[in-house]
Ligand binder design. Structure first.
Ligand code: MD3
Ligand code: FE
Length: 216
């Protein structure tokens, strides 16, 4: 069953600019949620969420998995993209067609036509989980945008500048929102504030974010 929020009968809003080539597409994923949730379940049945360790030796509060040709991983040796799940040695699950189509449409709406992601990182936040300020720079093709889909509980996204010391803006990300970053905004520092427990009617006490990239 599809559930709707107060604004779901409004025509989709214009992309909201967050930077020169960074846009927030409020509610863009809502018409697809009924396809996305079973697709996520198929991925996580084959490659369950797990907490990885950073090169500095900290266990991440966010649990993650991947689908697509390449998956993002971290361990004591560093961050990298891998064709296989380190837990099983098997290839990551294929990227569901519903995922790839949504990522392409969102990128196009934000001015990045012909986006063909080969990696989809799926992050799961439970209450208290956070992501400290960082840059995403393990991808070979830094000209391709990043597309991020938020589902479940809301989060406060921190959108910084090109130096770690630049004071970040705080942006609320809600169920169904998609953000797209490219060009000069691609390497901006960003993070997520510790998640408050405001259970979502469908997903409960969790936030799921999936991020599409061209990594190879
Ligand atoms: C902004 N994930 O997995 S959305 C990550 O909500 C990550 O799980 C967050 O940061 C999350 O690396 C934030 C994705 C995102 C990705 C790349 C960006 C935001 C970005 C690059 C530049 C600016
Ligand atoms: Fe990131």
């Amino acid at each position: 069953m599809q559930t709707f929020d107060l604004f779901s009968d409004a025509t989709p809003g214009q992309p909201e600019p967050m930077g020169p080539r960074a846009f927030l597409l409020r509610g863009f994923a809502l018409p697809r949620v009924d396809e996305l949730l079973p697709a996520i379940a198929r991925v996580t049945d084959a490659a369950p969420f797990r907490h990885m360790v950073t090169p500095g030796g900290f266990t991440m509060s966010v649990a993650l998995t991947n689908c697509g040709t390449l998956g993002w991983t971290t361990d004591r040796h560093g961050y990298r993209y891998s064709r296989t799940d380190p837990a099983t040695g098997l290839p990551w699950p294929a990227m569901p067609e519903a995922f790839a189509a949504l990522a392409r449409e969102a990128a196009e709406a934000a001015g990045f036509p012909r986006f063909e992601p080969d990696a989809c990182l799926i992050n799961r936040y439970l209450p208290g989980a956070r992501m400290s300020l960082h840059q995403d720079k393990n991808e070979r093709d830094l000209d391709a945008p990043i597309v991020s889909v938020s589902l479940g509980m809301p989060a406060i996204f921190l959108f910084g500048g090109h130096r770690r010391s630049d004071k970040p803006a705080r942006i609320g990300l809600h169920h169904g929102d998609i953000a797209v970053w490219g060009g000069p905004d691609r390497l901006r520092y960003h993070g997520v504030m510790p998640l408050s427990d405001v259970p979502h009617p469908v997903l409960g006490s969790q936030r799921i974010n999936f991020t599409f990239r061209k990594a190879g």
